[in-house]
Each structure stands twice: as C-alpha cells, then as structure tokens.
Design a protein around this ligand. Sequence first.
Ligand SMILES: Cc1ncc(COP(=O)(O)O)c(C=O)c1O
Length: 392
Amino acid sequence: MRYDFDKIISREGTCCEKYDRRKEIFGREDVIPLWIADMDFEVPAFIREAVMRRAEHPVYGYGFRDEGYQQAIVEWVARRNHWTIQPEWLDFTPGVVAGFSFGIRALSAPGDKVVIQPPVYPPFARMILNNGRTLVNNPLRMDERGHFVVDFEDLDRKLEGAKILLFCNPHNPTGRVFTREELMRIGELCIRHDVCILSDEIHSDLIQKPYHHLHIASLSPELAERTITLIAPSKTFNIAGLSTSVAIVPGKEVRERFRAEMDKLHVDQGNIFGKVALETAYRYGDEWLEQMLDYVGENMDYVVRFLDEKLPSVKSYKSEGTYLMWLDFSSWGMTCEELMRFLVNEAHLGFNEGRLFGEEGKCHMRMNVAAPRSVIRESLERLAAAASRLNL
Ligand SMILES: Cc1ncc(COP(=O)(O)O)c(C=O)c1O
C-alpha cells in the first residue's frame, strides 16, 4: 500500500505547539512553521485505530506495560539496528528529555561536569544547567568536505574529570549519523576517562540511505555497561503527544542508579494510549517508516536542489539522519536578530533559530522538512522571493 504524505492536514485549533503558538513564538500567525520537530504527516491508520480501540473501553484507569510491550521494543531494536537487548534492561520515561535529565541526576552530583557537542538540541545545555551541573562544550567542527565531525583532541581534554557525555546520535541539528569508527573513538575516550554516556538516540529510526544507525552501547560490553540509550517512537511515528519513551540500560549498577532516581519522582506510570501506540508502531510500522523516509529524503533533495539553483547564498546539504536540515545563512552578513526578523517578517517563515543550539549555530536556521512537498515548495519560494527583494 502507498501512504499519502502529500496530504495537507489542518492542525490549527488542536492546541498544537507548531501552529497554535505561532503568534507567541514568532509574533505573527502567517509564518509557515518549519520549526519544532514533529511532522505534518498523519499518524498511520493502524496506530490510530489501535489507540481508538483502547479509547472505546469506558475506563481509563491505571495501566502497566506488559511483556508484549517489552517484546515489541526488543524486536524493533533487533530488527532495525541489530542490537540484542533484554527486556529487563528497559525502563519507561515520559520523554527523552526527561530520560536524560533523570540520567544526569542519577550519574552525577551537583557541580559535576557534563560534556555536550554543540551546536546541539537546546535542552541538552538547559537540563545540565537546570540540574546544577557544569556545562562543558566540545563543539563539532566542519571538515574540508563540509561535514560536521567530532573534534577528538578537544573531546579528550574535555572528558578529563567529567562524569557524563550527553551524546546525540543522529545529531540534531546537523543531521550527522556517526560512523562505527567515530563511535568507537568516542567510546574509547569515555572508557579511558571513566565517563558514562547518556545517548539520546531519539532520531535513530530516521536514517537516510545509505547510512545506518549504530547504538553506541551495542559496540562492546564495556560501552553497554556505562551507557543509557534513549529511544522513542515519538519522532518516528509522529506520536510525541503521547509522552512515551524508552531507556535501555544494560549495566546493572547504572540501572540501579537510574531506577533510584526515577523512583524519587514516581513518573513511570505513563499513559495507556502511549503504551498501545508504541507497541503497535514497533510491531507494524516498518513499511510506513520506509515510505516516510523516502518522502523526507526527496524533500531534502528538493531543498538542496532549489537552493543550489535559485538561492546559492544559502548553503544546505542533505542530512544523513533526522528530518531536520541545517541551513547556513552566514553569507547574508546579517546579525542573528536581523536574520530572524527578515525570515519572519519578509519571508513569513518560522525556522528554529540556530544560535539557540549554541554559539556555533549563529546565522544558521534549522528547517523541519517532515511536511508535504507543496509546503516545502511554498516555503522555498517565499524565501527566494524575499531574498531577491534584497538582492541576496
Ligand atoms: C535530540 C532530541 N532529543 C529529545 C527530543 C525531545 O524528546 P521528548 O519530547 O521525548 O522529550 C528532541 C525533539 O526534538 C530531540 O531532537
């Protein structure tokens, strides 16, 4: 069966952050929202039907996650990314950010150093600081081919005396999917410095051909011991509103510390619809996901081609993973404020502002391309038309 990703779905009036908060976020309603990382595609019918079947039962009392739920996760991880995990390694978290925040609390003490690799998803820095830990930056650098890569010498220095590497793979916003060699080197450094890894792999299902995702914890028993891997069906199947994510914690000591932290907050109840949605998605979602990834890949190709041909002053490249693109506007010579004002008020586009991902993101914008092609086309046309008025 062919799924229809061209279909326009009105999300306005659903208390949806992406559309219904445009005035608050951008100061006007008429921007095309290309920001927050959820998709404008409908959740596949087999997931909606499973949730509706559960919703038809007249009682929504306390539930629990049974063996079938755990098995669906175990099989998904084995099938998609060839990692054999055990049901007893699994923990529920109400979100991936919540998961790494629990991890920070479990594996470090106030004041301890936690390393991140900016430009990176803004809650990384925020959660470290909110939990009273010390933020240490190991910025990614651009290599000669224009790829973002890890600065290993700097990482070696920065991990000295640190407790945690808060790692993002695939990397948001740069779209990198780290290779086995890169992951091995990162892992070796973490082992050498006795640093635990909180690995945010929420985008691990969103991989473009010919890349493959590798869970860093799957690379060796030593890495498994010191890593908390966070995954979720939320980005993959557009069900972030169901607040259901998974922590995979193979190491006994790390698991005990993680659970002790979770127990302080009593947040593992979750919700009955998230349980049903996750299980259904992981059991039956492969074909839908493949088609969605092809569609998003074509959107990325479209963006790159359009900008190369019509607006080469904006640099873009196809992401290896995620449905996010990292656009470089630095040749326009505007300050961050001028650029944002121009994009909102002249092009009527609502991107995520790059500098919020760290200093390194200055003059960049993150563009979410998980939308119907017609929306992407209209966005680029608005951008090109506004730029041409300024001869950019
Ligand atoms: C890298 C990364 N981690 C976590 C999240 C959010 O996860 P959650 O909504 O499950 O907290 C996002 C959402 O954009 C993300 O890109």
